[in-house]
Design a protein around this ligand. Structure first.
Ligand code: SAH
Ligand code: SF4
Length: 403
């Protein structure tokens, strides 16, 4: 495989300009308190008011201030004049034959004449769980050579409320609020909740947007609202070594590391950030990840690329490398995209590789490709939509609305 010198990072193109009438959806308790203070709610009442809003927004999922019956009429009217309860807008919704759902979401805010900012969010239902794959940036500054998002320009970081907004949209569309109606056109897990797990594995590098990702995940984990436990939230990083400890200390969620290669020369090519933070440094940061233990293992993701990183020697080197780290290994079949220069390893080779990992004492689940019919690999829907004409985009939107 040719190793053209990929740049490690791309520069951001646009800044975020907040919408004039902001939404309260996705805000932290502190932000809600500050907004209430700004509209004259006396300090002594603020904590109680924040608690009320929190319940209506994150536990009940209401979309209108009038539904907040425990809040006084005057305050509801005041809030309605100044704020909204809007979520990111669903531009396209696709449902795969296997029940995977993918949403292309348009973010509010001024784009300075550029096309609207859009991100993807994917829901993967299983019998006992439903996992939501959430984006942290519009595009990505990094340039991993096998990743479709890596080929797209980097636009901007998402704000915390836009990250929470993705979870809110998913719960809206899945009827995942108390008393709401569930859709009948797809697989929904058994049990009370549709969205039981969150993975920060959509577009972007979450550790390059750590403050917003932290605020958002703490909102999502808050037991009085969405209440998804930190053990069911996984943050995936390509290896931003200096931020790993902070992620553990400030968020305390599960960590996944996109390793993909066992030698620096190959990892430099697949994950160019490796030139800044090579494998040895990355694994040291993993050894020191706050809270890592056998009960709370770090997941190492390894994308299976035919003839590139999938030999039996690679598998043996992988288990040697991870010795002493409380680890899980996740083998991911490469999800090809138009123009990608890699192929997915043959199934027999994935099985042989997985056997070596298993024999070394690791459960080595191979992540089954999901939603292939709807281009569910990271970055693909957004890119497909960008190539469409205005008329085709309208048709897709209309389809999305009637689904
Ligand atoms: N930026 C973070 C999180 C988003 S990518 C990271 O890199 O970890 C989420 C996962 O999808 C990563 O493990 C990434 O390496 C993997 N991935 C990206 N493109 C892929 C593709 N085409 N096929 C299979 N896995 C892919
Ligand atoms: Fe960015 Fe992750 Fe894709 Fe690399 S794999 S380009 S870090 S989204």
């Amino acid at each position: 495989m040719a190793s053209a010198a990929l740049p490690v990072e791309k520069a951001p193109l646009e800044r975020y300009v907040a919408p004039e009438k902001p939404s309260l959806v996705g805000l932290t308790r502190a932000q809600l308190g500050a907004l209430l203070g700004a509209i004259g709610v006396p300090e002594g009442q603020r904590k109680m008011r924040v608690q009320q809003l929190w319940h209506w927004i994150y536990f009940r999922g209401v979309t209108a201030f009038d539904a907040m019956t425990s809040v006084s009429k005057e305050l509801r009217a005041e809030l309605g004049d100044r704020f909204t309860l809007d979520r990111p807008e669903v531009v396209v919704e696709q449902v795969s034959v296997d029940g995977t759902r993918k949403w292309l979401l348009r973010l509010p805010g001024e784009t300075q004449g550029e096309r609207p900012h859009e991100v993807e969010c994917v829901y993967i239902p299983d019998t006992d769980r439903g996992t939501l794959c959430v984006s942290s940036q519009v595009g990505c500054t990094l340039t991993c050579s096998f990743c479709h998002t890596g080929t797209q320009r980097f636009v901007r970081n998402l704000t915390a409320d836009e990250i929470v907004g993705q979870v809110m949209v998913a719960r809206d569309r899945l009827g995942d609020w108390p008393g709401a109606t569930r859709p009948t056109d797809g697989v929904i897990p058994a049990g009370e909740r549709c969205v039981t797990n969150i993975v920060m594995m959509g577009m972007g590098e979450p550790l390059y947007n750590l403050d917003a990702v932290r605020d958002a995940l703490l909102v999502v984990a808050d037991g009085d609202g969405i209440a998804i436990s930190k053990r069911r939230i996984t943050l995936s990083t390509s290896g931003v070594v200096p931020m790993i400890e902070r992620a553990g200390a400030e968020i305390g969620c599960m960590l996944a590391v996109s390793l993909h290669a066992v030698r620096d020369d190959l990892r430099n090519e697949l994950v160019p950030l490796n030139r800044k933070y090579p494998i040895a440094q990355l694994l040291d940061a993993c050894r020191n990840y706050p809270g890592a233990s056998n009960a709370k293992r770090i997941t190492f993701e390894y994308v299976m690329l035919k003839g590139v990183n999938d030999s039996i020697d690679d598998a043996k080197a992988l288990v040697r490398l991870l010795k002493g780290i409380p680890a899980k290994i996740n083998l991911i079949p490469f999800n090809p995209w138009p123009g990608s220069k890699y192929e997915c390893s043959d199934w027999e080779q994935i099985e042989r590789f997985s056997q070596v990992v298993f024999d070394a004492g690791y459960a080595s689940p191979v992540r089954t490709p999901r939603g292939r019919d709807i281009l569910a690999a990271c970055g693909q829907l957004k890119s497909a939509s960008e190539k469409l004409s205005a008329r085709e985009r309208m048709a897709l939107r209309a389809m999305a609305m009637t689904e």
